[in-house]
Design a protein around this ligand. Structure first.
Ligand SMILES: [Cu+2]
Length: 70
């Protein structure tokens, strides 16, 4: 019913939108209601990175995780 601004800290996300070399590279991707996104991430920065929706009440409901790059 609402969009999710999904943020992966520390790593860039390349949105696969069919534009090839012009695919947008972002930290936060907006996921529209009832839709899916595909994006590429180069896990080239070791660490523990937050991966979450920017809406606070969504984080409280579990949309906050840690991505481990080792
Ligand atoms: Cu959300």
């Amino acid at each position: 019913m609402m969009e999710h601004p999904i943020h992966l800290h520390g790593l860039w996300s390349e949105l696969e939108n069919g534009q090839g070399a012009y695919n947008p590279v972002k930290h936060t991707l907006i996921v529209q209601p009832g839709s899916k996104l595909s994006y590429l991430v180069s896990a080239d920065t070791p660490g523990l990175w937050a991966y979450h929706c920017h809406l606070l009440y969504h984080m409280d409901l579990g949309m906050f995780r840690t991505v481990v790059v080792s």
